[in-house]
Design a binder for this molecule. Structure first.
Ligand code: NAG
Ligand code: NAG
Ligand code: NAG
Length: 807
């Protein structure tokens, strides 16, 4: 194209050049050429030789050449064409000049001639418009109102005229438009005009592309990126995520627990979005309980919550950005009740003592319960420790009565620790308890009780007066004087007059003392009724019997009752029939021992016999029997010395002398007696009369008996019976038995049986007497009176015959 344009111009030049030489030397008109810029090297600008009127030969011969300050051209040495030697950039050479001409001289030698040549460089559109920066960064506040313009930098295009910058274009955009304005000094500049309010929150940046176009054909363009950052304005207030925050918190949470976080957002950015939270309202007690983190909006408990104090907190929280736009929200914190309060027991009235005979239902204490929790956590129930005789009566409004529910016994339980437990119905339940100590006061409800139901003591006779013989003991579980026991003797089987001379009891200790030496033979046993009595009012007492058995000691020697000495001290004798068979019972030694048992178990021994072997003596019976028949050589009078021993340790003994006379009758025996070895008694005569009198009485008595038997036989045919005479039988008027025989063993020697039939007069016995006074006298050791009494009684009552012979 450039070539074809140059061709056309060249034909004009050629025409012009034809005429040029003609005027050449005179005119000195420069030779003009016109070429577009940026021709390739070697391109022909024009045929310089021809234009100078030189022949081809002259070109080399005359050494045609061009010269300039800066040589862009050369001359072809053969054809004389002016050739482009170097790159020709119009913009470089001529900058912004509208016409761009290069001046050079053509030089020929022989003769030397100089021609002026002007080469006009024509512009081609070889440059596109170009922005100084590829990227244009703008910051526009969102608060800017539409219509505001921002001048943009211009693009540059070094080309000129048509090829230079002709217009700007902006990619269509709702927010911005482009206005191209003319500079007062020429040129145009683009201005960006805001069409619509920006909103950073919607779109924080805008990207635009600005295009600059030149007027070339075809036009060339350059672009620049416009980056618009929307600068934030504090046009948005903070917004809470909720209008009302509602949260429930257990009351037990520890201080510092995070409860809730309020969150406000601000669509602005940067400092405009920095939110500060604060409580609204100053005197809000919630602020003492909660703390609010001003930057995070975190609400924490400041101290522990107590449902019982405040059930719900309502607070206003404000969120404020730095630009002082603010909003508020409401925070409701509900405190949930927890079972954190134990029930309380409040004793309103208490009697710490109660009588042990208090009736059922006696009020011991009044109390009430309290639990600060609500609902089930505050429902209280009371219970008691088991196995105490009390119960709880609930009256209205958590008031309770503690009453007795059973018999109280101070002796069993002197005090009760009553534990009242109150527990609520929370999960888990809480409970508390209170212990009441209740003392049971004593009443005198227990009589003394003796350790034993009866006491029995054995006291050997002949004890020391004043010794203690027994101790009774009674206990009384009552308290103090109600339980202090004193002893006394309240009754006895001794005569009241003599009681105090026998025994006494210590009131404090219950020790029973003997006041005298006891005699088993006089008093074998006695019984006391002792009373234990407490000091209560009224006093209670108990009786116990104490039986004292006086033990025997061998303090009595046997006493021979038969044979006894006569009243005058002479020995009595027994007669033995001469014809007595062997084994004939001659007589019986009778002895008694006032002691009892072994001490009274008598044995009989022959100490001395005038004719040993003639008589035998029963060891236990004391019976004297013949061993053999009497021989002629045997003396008519025999003498046996007998000793009687008791079984005591040591034994005591007594001796007796038996005088036995072999005779067929008393009369026969008497002479013997008078001629006996002891007739020289001065009282013999008196005795003789006495015996005669006795014999007479006996005969009379026999007659009387025979008469009585005959009469009796006449009335009834009852057989004659053997009477057994026992000491008991003699008593017709009460217990006249000597008291020392009522206990222990009766000496068997007393238990004698004699035939009721007195037909055999040879049975010479002093058997049992039948009058107690007689017996008493015997025992009382008055020998002479025994004999007399026996005689008298037998004559009066006539039960049996006794033949008493005095020697
Ligand atoms: C009652 O409690 C008191 C004091 O705690 C104690 O000394 C006493 O032994 C208790 N009594 C009973 C019967 O448990
Ligand atoms: C003894 O019992 C009586 C009632 O019988 C009572 O009044 C008194 O207080 C009791 N004495 C003591 C020391 O407990
Ligand atoms: C104890 O004995 C005395 C005298 O015999 C009598 O008065 C009293 O009632 C008795 N007491 C008891 C508890 O038996």
């Amino acid at each position: 194209m450039a070539g074809s344009g140059a061709q056309r111009r060249r034909s004009g030049q050629v025409l012009f050049l034809f005429v040029l030489p003609l005027f050449h030397p005179a005119l000195c008109e420069p030779i003009r050429y016109s070429i577009p810029e940026e021709l390739a090297k070697g391109s022909v600008v024009g045929n310089l030789a021809k234009d100078l009127g030189l022949s081809v030969l002259d070109v080399s011969a005359r050494k045609l050449r061009v010269s300039a300050e800066k040589l862009h051209f050369s001359v072809d040495a053969e054809s004389g064409d002016l050739l482009v030697k170097d790159r020709i950039d119009r913009e470089q050479i001529c900058k912004e000049k509208r016409s761009c001409e290069l001046q050079l001289e053509a030089v020929v030698e022989n003769p030397l001639n100089i021609f002026h040549i002007i080469v006009t460089i024509e512009d081609i559109n070889d440059h596109a418009p170009h922005f100084p920066k590829d990227e244009i960064n703008l910051e526009i506040s969102e608060s800017v109102s539409p219509g505001m313009g921002t001048i943009l930098e211009c693009a540059e295009d070094p080309d000129i005229s048509m090829n230079s910058l002709s217009k700007y274009q902006l990619i269509p955009n709702e927010y911005f438009s482009l206005v191209v304005k003319d500079n007062p000094d020429g040129g145009k500049y683009p201005e960006l005009v805001l069409q619509k309010t920006l909103d950073r929150e919607t779109q924080s940046a805008h990207h635009l592309v600005l295009t600059a176009l030149d007027g070339g054909d075809p036009p060339r363009s350059g672009t620049a990126q416009i980056r618009i950052v929307v600068v934030d304005a504090n046009d948005n207030p903070p917004v809470f995520s909720q209008d009302v925050y509602r949260v429930s918190v257990r009351e037990g949470v520890p201080p510092g627990t995070s409860v809730l976080r309020v969150r406000a957002t601000d669509q602005d950015e940067g400092i405009n979005a920095e939110i500060i939270y604060s409580f609204l309202g100053v005197a809000d007690k919630a602020q003492h309980v909660f703390s609010l983190d001003s930057t995070t909006g975190n609400i924490k408990t400041h101290r522990s919550l107590d449902f019982e104090e405040v059930e719900r907190f309502t607070m206003n929280v404000e969120a404020k950005d730095r630009g002082s736009l603010s909003t508020r929200c409401k925070v409701i914190i509900e405190v949930l009740d927890e079972n954190d309060n134990s029930p309380e027991i409040i004793i309103t009235s208490l009697s710490d003592q109660i009588l042990e005979d208090s009736p059922l239902g006696m009020v011991v204490a009044l109390f009430k319960t309290r639990d600060q929790d609500s609902g089930e956590n505050g429902e209280v129930r009371c219970s008691l420790s088991r196995d105490a005789p009390f119960k709880i009566h609930s009256s209205s409004n958590n008031y309770y009565k503690l009453v007795t529910d059973g018999d109280l016994d101070r002796e069993q339980t002197p005090e009760y620790n009553i534990t009242i437990t109150a527990s609520d119905r929370g999960k888990p339940p809480l409970s508390s308890s209170t212990t009441i100590t209740l003392h049971i006061t004593d009443i005198n409800d227990n009589a003394p009780v003796f350790r034993q139901s009866a006491y029995l003591v054995h006291v050997p006779e002949n004890n020391q007066p004043g010794t203690s013989i027994a101790q009774v003991c009674a206990s009384d579980p009552d308290l103090g004087s109600n339980g202090s026991v004193s002893y006394a003797i309240v009754a006895s089987d001794l005569e009241p007059r003599v009681l105090s001379s026998y025994v006494s009891v210590s009131a404090q200790s219950g020790v029973v003392f003997a006041q005298r030496a006891f005699d088993h033979e006089q008093l074998r046993a006695f019984e006391l009724t002792l009373q234990a009595r407490d000091q209560g009012s009224p006093a209670l007492s108990a009786n116990v019997s104490l039986r004292v058995l006086v033990g025997d000691r061998n303090d009595n020697a046997p006493r021979v009752l038969y044979p006894a000495l006569g009243p005058d001290g002479s020995a009595l004798f027994d007669t033995v029939p001469r014809a007595a068979e062997p084994g004939y019972l001659v007589t019986k030694v009778v002895a008694v021992d006032a002691d009892s048992g072994h001490n009274a178990w008598l044995s009989y021994h022959v100490l001395q016999a005038s004719e040993p072997g003639l008589f035998s003596l029963g060891l236990r019976t004391g019976e004297v029997r013949t061993v053999r028949a009497l021989g002629d050589r045997d003396a008519a009078r025999q003498r046996l010395l007998v000793t009687v021993r008791d079984g005591g340790q040591p034994p005591l003994s007594a001796t007796a002398t038996l005088l036995l006379v072999f005779a067929d009758s008393l009369q026969e025996a008497l002479p013997d007696l008078t001629h006996g070895p002891t007739p020289s008694d001065p009282q013999a005569e008196l005795q003789f009369y006495l015996v005669v009198a006795l014999a007479l009485i006996s005969v009379l008595f026999l007659l009387a008996v025979i008469l009585a038997i005959a009469l009796r036989l006449q009335h009834s045919s009852s057989p004659t019976a053997w009477g057994c005479f026992q000491p008991g039988l003699c008593s017709k008027s009460g217990p006249k038995v000597p008291p020392n025989y009522s206990e222990g063993t009766l000496p068997y020697s007393y238990n004698l049986c004699v035939p009721g039939d007195q037909t055999n007069p040879e049975f010479n016995f002093l058997t049992s007497v039948d009058h107690c006074s007689a017996m008493q006298d015997i025992l009382n050791n008055d020998t002479s009176s025994v004999l007399l009494a026996s005689i008298l009684t037998s004559s009066v009552e006539g039960d049996k015959t006794s033949k008493l012979v005095s020697t």
